[in-house]
Design a protein around this ligand. Structure first.
Ligand code: SF4
Ligand code: SF3
Length: 542
């Protein structure tokens, strides 16, 4: 076995990638990610001690969040960048050990030191999740770490926009530290539940950061065609990158288009004001091979999901933030309060052909919590009259496997009196099908990115209040959530922590969930897994 990774839904045989990732991650990068996480766990233990001594752990948290984010599926394929993060983590641990004084009870993850890549390689076996023998302990520890990866992504997005919360920082550190050493299954289950609460709070913080900075998303008809000028395609989830790119491309003759998870940028008032912001190009992340080839201009990957880079666009793709890919130019982080410098993309765009049009028309979105609240009276009336009989949450991730056709088919077969609530790139499975409207309310209400999943929960709670219900589970609400990477793991735990019951996820239960852990979460949260469209449809419409 050259590596072991089972963090995403596409893991080989729903069990683990052992020689090369289905995502394209090679075994060297995978093993170095394990060593990075091993050291981050040690850093979390030391940060706990620092916090107990009454000192700020803001720098340690920043390092933990950024590094965990870099290990999310389809973020960073560059082993050298991962090694760099590990060496920074080790240097921080070293200085903390000096500062705090070496304690006899220091766990090996905290004490581990390395000077060279060869030293890091020595830790491959100890750092592998397979070093944990008990499969239930392994399962729960993996579950917690994967959720923390998702939380880190959301927390970092909030931080980039100036929102940070000491209490949340401490929770992340405590939960990561809790995956070190011997723990009982009950203790780990408690930590997993706590991680769900941390996730919910982080998502609320991010919602406040996004809407506080760029305004509340509004109902928007997004153009999916092209114009006859060169363009830059921006993908991922980072709205600050979006803001700075729009500002820097103004009056340059270069247009801007969104791809995949950046589509919801079209819904924000702060971005809609730019005439050169044309619309969205292409589909979900796994279509990038085709979409990037025909786009003709530079592409900026701000976060996940980047897939193995193809020759057709190798010389015009750029990474930034936590994203990395060997041999691909990287736009450096902000420094001295100055914005990132996107001029290499702008200069390249001027020499490129305009995008080749691959489709035309519009898609409608912008149904985040504030906008839906404006429509609350209309929605409540439609439910009372029987025009809307059910809401089905179908948010989450898209993926490349054939099994994902389930979500398209389900959306097509849902009766015309059902409304789909969505967020995340899962929407591309059905957002161009023209599923129509109910009394002026679109049947697909897109709240935004996976980062905006909190908005769907807030909408459900607002509807609960509008109907005067005690419990959100009394609403005519069902779930068919698609998961792929670790942000979806964080969102799932957040929904469970917020009290949603009967959540159905698919296309499979995570491969990292052992039989006993599965039994436990199914019993506690009435969690179910998708089966086939007709059976699930019968359950949803019963
Ligand atoms: Fe496999 Fe997913 Fe890990 Fe990639 S991220 S190596 S596909 S489990
Ligand atoms: Fe999509 Fe990667 Fe998860 Fe943000 S872009 S939802 S998969």
């Amino acid at each position: 076995m050259k590596m072991f990774c089972h963090q995403c839904q596409e893991t080989a045989k729903n069990s683990g990638c052992t020689s090369r990732g289905v995502c394209g991650k090679d075994h060297i990068t995978a093993n170095h990610m394990d060593v990075l996480i091993y050291n981050l766990k040690g850093l979390a233990c030391l940060a706990q001690k620092k916090a107990e001594a009454g000192k700020s752990i803001s720098d340690e948290v920043e390092m933990i969040l950024g590094s965990l984010f870099a290990t999310v599926t389809n973020v960073n394929f560059d082993a050298e960048r991962i090694q760099g993060l590990t060496f920074s983590c080790i240097a921080r641990k070293r200085s903390l050990v000096r500062e705090l004084g070496p304690g006899a009870d220091l766990p090996v993850e905290a004490a581990f030191d390395a000077q060279s890549v060869a030293d890091l390689e020595q830790a491959f076996d100890a750092a592998s999740i397979l070093a944990i023998e008990d499969e239930d302990v392994r399962s729960l520890k993996s579950f917690i770490v994967y959720a923390l990866k998702g939380i880190s992504a959301y927390a970092e997005h909030a931080r980039v926009l100036g929102r940070q919360d000491d209490e949340l920082d401490r929770e992340v550190v405590d939960e990561l530290a809790a995956t070190v050493g011997e723990r009982s299954l009950d203790e780990l289950t408690e930590v997993l539940v706590a991680t769900g609460h941390t996730s919910a709070k982080t998502m609320r913080l991010l919602d406040a950061a996004n809407t506080g900075t760029y305004g509340h998303p509004e109902i928007t008809r997004v153009n999916i065609g092209t114009r006859n000028r060169p363009g830059i395609l921006i993908s991922g989830h980072d709205l600050k990158d979006m803001a700075e790119l729009l500002e820097q491309t103004k009056d340059t003759g270069v247009d801007v288009y969104t791809h995949s998870e950046m589509l919801p940028a079209n819904y924000y008032p702060a971005f809609k004001k730019y005439d050169h912001f044309v619309g969205n190009y292409g589909g979900a992340w796994h279509n990038q091979k085709n979409d990037f080839a025909t786009f003709n201009g530079p592409i900026l990957m701000t976060t996940n999901c980047i897939t193995p880079v193809q020759d057709a666009y190798r010389d015009r793709i750029f990474t930034t933030g936590r994203v990395g890919y060997p041999g691909i130019p990287h736009i450096p982080d902000r420094s001295d309060g100055k914005p990132k410098d996107f001029s290499p993309l702008i200069e390249l765009a001027k020499r490129c052909d305009p995008p080749q049009q691959i489709e035309e028309g519009e898609i409608v979105g912008g149904f985040a919590r504030h906008q839906v609240q404006q429509l609350a009276d209309k929605i409540v009336a439609a439910v009372k009259s029987g025009a809307i009989r059910k809401f089905v949450v179908m948010g989450g991730c898209d993926g490349r496997m054939r099994s994902r056709h389930y979500f398209t088919e389900l959306a097509q077969k849902l009766p015309h009196d059902t409304v789909i609530l969505t967020a995340g790139c899962a929407k591309y499975r059905y957002n161009k099908l023209g599923l129509g409207e109910i009394e002026g309310i679109p049947r697909v209400l897109d709240a935004g990115q996976c980062n905006d999943s909190y908005s769907i929960a807030a909408t459900a709670f607002a509807l609960r209040d509008a109907f005067g219900l005690e419990d959100v589970n009394e609403l005519p609400l069902d779930f068919a959530i698609a998961w792929y990477e670790q942000k979806a793991v964080a969102v799932l735990l957040a929904l469970l922590a917020m009290g949603f019951k009967g959540v159905r996820i698919g296309p499979t239960l995570p491969g990292f969930v052992s039989e006993n852990v599965k039994k436990k979460i199914v019993e506690t949260f009435a969690l179910t897994v998708t089966t086939n469209v007709d059976s699930d449809l019968a359950a949803i419409t019963a």
